[in-house]
Design a protein around this ligand. Structure first.
Ligand code: SAH
Length: 492
């Protein structure tokens, strides 16, 4: 069983609790929908593996205590490291002792939200490339969280948060220390939540509500938190009976931020919360060091497209429409056309745009086309710019010249923003055997020199200049994990 010691921090004389056994914050998610091991697809984590992830405040481990056709449980265990916590706290004004002596490493807190976003990011976003229909399906799910602090409100407040969302809530309160019953009850509960919901919804609810219950965030709340609240509260928070309390606690009662969040939530508000959220997402992505490479790549591409001054933009090989969603939210782009060879990806892109609750004007700006990249296509003429994000490596090398002729020779947008992996960086990916590509469908992956040579050839043949840059955290020897080229047309 868990145990907690009572400590008094000198600064504010506040009582804190510290848990000192080997337990750590643990979130398990169980499904009984056969085949239950589909949970592995949804979470993008293989049931047979134990995986560990470095986070800014420690490590997260994902493993499956059970994985059968009838029942499958994925466990997310957080191992917060006090030194990492101190680092995460740097600059927040917290004093040294409070950084080291507190309950943060041991209880479910906003760290759990950070871990959900980083480790289960795709599942949280509701995307599942291999089994997209699964991500949309409400599944019988049980989430179990150990050591969930329910401060100021206890179990009744816990119920008020989760029951309106359709959860059956079971809570067991922990004593502060079972050897010292006179210390009384701790604010910590083991909580079980049961509902038939989409996994993405369950994760969004936890992302927002765990820190709300904890009511004590580990980092200073900045305006970015409003964007996170709006993003993860999308579709449910505005109709939640406790939305004011949720916003107030999530934003640590900073009135200006709370007002801004509530205004963003209100459906009849004149400003468009999704646009604001999308802008904030980007600001946040630039700020956070641990966002996924793909998010950073999309943010970089978006920034280049914005800087190009383009109004009519193509997204060639748009896939499931992540970039389209960002482009749609920016009114500078008067017309946005996504093209892909995969009808299924286009359907998902359409659903994603519908779900984004963009205003009609934004949705009307985006068109989707089914087509192949290696053929001249008059529908692609007269655009100012084209994005080609992680697509060329899916083309057979002999088709690359046809692709370049169709895009740079025939459609001839003024600017082209193109990204592709940097093969040299692959040695840094654990678990990628030497000589293997990152994705089963990649036909090639280029070194920086190979990419530069290809860009040079394209420029010479079609009248463009190109500027190349690395994407992601760069290694001094190997370059960035991905590479980006911005082509600008020089000849008519
Ligand atoms: N740009 C998206 C998707 C990248 S995956 C993103 O960054 O998220 C590559 C995409 O290119 C897939 O959606 C695939 O269907 C598409 N694709 C591959 N070959 C293609 C071709 N010849 N014509 C059109 N699309 C193609």
């Amino acid at each position: 069983m868990s145990r907690f010691a009572k400590l008094r921090t000198p600064r504010r004389g506040r009582t804190r609790y510290i848990r000192y056994n080997a337990y750590r914050m643990l979130l398990t998610i169980t499904t009984s929908r056969a085949p239950a091991t589909d949970l592995g697809w949804l979470l993008h984590k293989h049931p047979a593996k134990v995986q560990s992830f470095e986070l800014s405040f420690g490590r997260a481990h994902v493993f499956y205590p059970e994985a059968t056709d009838d029942r499958c449980t994925a466990a997310l265990l957080l191992d917060a490291d006090p030194v990492g916590l101190a680092r995460a706290n740097r600059g927040t004004g917290n004093e040294l002792l409070a950084q080291y002596v507190n309950d943060r490493p041991y209880v479910a807190s906003s760290f759990l939200s950070v871990a959900i976003a980083q480790v289960y990011g795709s599942a949280l976003a509701g995307s599942c490339k291999t089994r997209p229909e699964l991500a949309e399906e409400p599944l019988p799910l049980v989430a179990r969280i150990t050591a969930l602090p329910c401060r100021r409100g206890g179990e009744p407040f816990l119920r008020k948060l989760f029951e309106p969302l359709g959860y059956d809530v079971r809570a067991t309160r922990h004593p502060l220390d079972e050897h010292f019953p006179e210390w009384g009850e701790s604010p910590y509960f083991t909580v079980e939540l049961r509902a038939t919901v989409r996994l993405a919804d369950l994760l969004s609810h936890l992302y927002v509500l765990v820190p709300v219950l904890d009511d004590e965030k580990h980092y200073w709340v900045s305006a970015d938190e409003v964007a996170k609240l709006l993003k993860h509260g999308e579709g449910w928070l505005n109709s939640h009976p406790e939305k004011e309390q949720i916003a107030a606690r999530y934003l640590r009662r900073q009135q200006k931020l709370v007002r801004s969040a509530l205004a963003g939530l209100a459906s009849d508000d004149a400003t468009d919360p999704d646009e604001a959220a999308a802008e904030h997402d980007l600001a946040e992505e630039r700020l956070e060091s641990k966002v996924s490479l793909h998010e950073r790549r999309l943010a970089a591409v978006l920034a280049e497209l914005q800087a190009s001054g383009a109004k009519r933009v193509l997204d060639l090989g748009c896939g499931e429409g992540k970039l389209l969603r960002l482009l749609a939210a920016d009114a500078r782009f008067a017309e946005v056309v996504g093209l892909d060879a995969s009808v299924r990806s286009l359907e998902i892109a359409r659903q994603r745009l519908d779900r984004a609750r963009l205003p009609d004007s934004a949705r009307e700006r985006v068109k989707l086309l089914h087509g192949a990249l290696a053929y001249r296509d008059a529908r692609l003429n007269d655009f100012d710019a084209a994005a080609v994000v992680e697509v060329i490596e899916h083309l057979d090398p002999p088709r690359l010249e046809a692709f370049a002729a169709a895009l740079f020779g025939s459609a001839r947008p003024r600017a082209v923003v193109l990204t592709t992996p940097n093969r040299e960086y692959n040695v840094k990916f654990e678990g990628l055997p030497a000589g293997k590509f990152r994705h089963a469908d990649h036909r090639f992956e280029w070194s920086r020199a190979e990419f530069a040579a290809w860009c040079e050839g394209v420029c010479a043949r079609h009248g463009y200049t190109a500027r190349l840059q690395p994407l992601g955290d760069t290694d001094p020897q190997l370059g960035g994990p991905s590479q980006l080229a911005v082509f600008v047309r020089t000849a008519g």
